[in-house]
Design a protein around this ligand. Sequence first.
Ligand code: BES
Ligand code: MN
Ligand code: MN
Length: 457
Amino acid sequence: MENTLSFINQHKDRFLEELFALLRIPSISADPAYKQDMITTAEYVKKKLEEAGADKVEVCSTPGHPIVYGEKILDPNLPTVLVYGHYDVQPVVPLELWTTPPFEPTIRNERVYARGACDDKGQVYMHIKAFEAMMKTNSLPCNVKFMIEGEEETGSSNLGPFCVANKEKLKSDVILISDTSMIANDTPSIDVGLRGLSYVEVSVTGPNRDLHSGVYGGAVANPINILAKMIASMHDENNHITIPGFYDDVVELSTEERAEMAKAPFDISAYKKDLEVADVWGENGYSVIERTGIRPTLDVNGIWGGYTGEGSKTVLPSKSFAKISMRLVPNQSSEKITKLFTDYFTSIAPPSVRVEVHPHHGGDPVVTPTDSLEFQAASMAMEKTFGKKPIPTRGGGSIPIVALFERELGTKSVLMGFGLDEDGLHSPNESYGLFNFYKGIETIPYFFRYYTDLKKQ
Ligand code: BES
Ligand code: MN
Ligand code: MN
């Protein structure tokens, strides 16, 4: 391990330069204008995996963006770790809020600022460099496979079929993922659960054309007024979601489990200060940590319609639209919740309007065990490099493919992420701490070591 760590130390600057090159390619999966950049990014990841020492590296095309695969099989009798991550990033709007351009990585306050710096290019690159360090110092203790996709931020719709079609190739003992965050740099943690997701787009149509709001206003249903009312009615005065059956499958935690969760350090005044809000908001009877970790939610992500240009235009619009996401917790099913939403949304619409619901991508929630070898190995690895045992936490975000890995490949995942909430994932000025980048590279070889040792026992 000494050699591996000193190799990492000697090549720190080069590792960062290579990450910068990766961050400069605008791999926005949601926007078809970046199709070629997605291929360029996949090719770059391929080249770096090859240089690091991986075999059989390929860019696998899909009906969407390509998946990069590579492996190093030392001995079929040794355990195999499958590293999953994503090279695609979220869109960068609103561009004017970025201090420096999103695809021109810059260092300020010991952080790399760029879209994808943390989510997930920075975290994926830690794995490629940790692998290189193990290869170059002859210390890789087991087999490794890499699967780095380009459609996570748009729902991984082609990765599921790819997994199903390549079960043998992807066979592994554990899936290792760095795409989540920790509590703080001096409080390491490991996510042991992720929320699922149902995502829908709705439209409300009133009259067949935009109308004069004076001539018709008051006599014809306004689709924006109606949509606002329908959305508002989907939470009651306790901020419970009113869709019938919505909570039916939710696993309620025991008092002991909730007490255990409450032990994780959380500073509510720092939280409010960071967000510049006077108070938090959410479901009555639950703490902030519980509201994001173990409770489902319904949020409008975007809403539009009518006139939003300069000045005023007195118009009664014909249509209104909204994008709505629901975060799900164990044992909720994305498919079932989407159906419950659709039925309810349609049922509460007054006869004066027509509504449509279009489901987008979704994914089921996951919980990962804490009594498994992989959790133990990740916990030991972080304890070694941070000097503190990581706290198990429940992450509020979603990585929809993780539930599918378990269902289709029968393989459990371990979520050893090194980001922080303050990294601003999906926000303007996303960043990743240099501390976190290098700490990740140092911790990963320990995971491989401990996991292999534990498997042998
Ligand atoms: N890496 C995030 C998920 C995440 C972030 C989990 C922080 C836990 C802590 C991932 O890239 C992501 O953004 N997922 C999307 C889902 C997707 C279907 C768009 C999400 O959670 O919104
Ligand atoms: Mn991610
Ligand atoms: Mn993301």
